[in-house]
Design a binder for this molecule. Structure first.
Ligand SMILES: Cc1cc2nc3c(=O)[nH]c(=O)nc-3n(C[C@H](O)[C@H](O)[C@H](O)COP(=O)(O)O)c2cc1C
Length: 185
């Protein structure tokens, strides 16, 4: 048996995407977004859902560029802070002491201390109501030089929107593209 719970915008888990932009004055800003993810693999693209009142929204519209920075657990408080205050009246990089580095291929900064960064160019926008969906073409990805295996040791956090917790991914529940093979005839 199932029961209807209406139309919550809930899914699990959500990524913790720290989106960085430059404002009109060239000041670096960061905002934490959980509504987003990979949109396409060819060409590689991401989607992010941003509310028009966000300072980030103005920057995305004007600069047509952003970076996506995945947050490790040791910077969970910084990532949370980026989602609590607006860059309209606060310099979030100065407040946290994190380092904004000019991206190589797009007009946006990335966060040096975060181990994985995507440099994205805005190609499409779609007004959906409360949120506007931005599609960002991935122009380049940066990963910490020390990384010898993707994600290993990065301790990247996810967001549980139902309980409002940041979580670390748990144990493997099986190999993808493999365990389902047992149902093939
Ligand atoms: C965990 C978390 C997830 C969030 N996800 C989104 C989101 O997907 N879209 C959005 O517009 N705002 C989201 N926010 C809110 C913005 O991060 C917040 O309004 C922030 O202050 C915007 O900063 P800005 O005004 O400098 O752009 C989220 C905040 C948190 C803490």
């Amino acid at each position: 048996m199932k029961k209807s719970i209406g139309t919550p915008s809930l899914i699990f888990p959500n990524p913790v995407l720290v989106v960085c932009t430059y404002d009109d004055n060239g000041r670096a800003n960061a905002a934490t977004l959980a509504w987003g993810g990979i949109a396409s693999s060819g060409p590689a693209a991401v989607s992010i859902a941003v509310q028009p009142p966000r300072y980030t929204y103005d920057a995305l519209m004007k600069r047509k560029a952003f970076t996506v920075n995945l947050a490790p657990a040791k910077y969970a408080a910084e990532a949370d802070y980026f989602g609590l205050v607006s860059g309209r009246d606060t310099d979030k990089f100065a407040a946290t002491g994190l380092t904004a580095v000019r991206a190589e291929f797009v007009d946006a900064p990335y966060i040096e201390e975060f181990p994985y960064n995507l440099e994205c160019e805005v190609t499409h926008t779609l007004d959906l109501g409360v949120h506007t969906l931005f599609i960002g073409l991935i122009k380049d990805a940066k990963i910490d030089e020390a990384a010898n295996e993707m994600w290993k040791g990065f301790d990247l956090i996810t967001f549980d929107a139902a309980s409002r917790d940041y979580r670390l991914p748990g144990e493997s529940a099986g190999k993808a593209f493999e365990i389902g093979n047992k149902f093939k005839k």
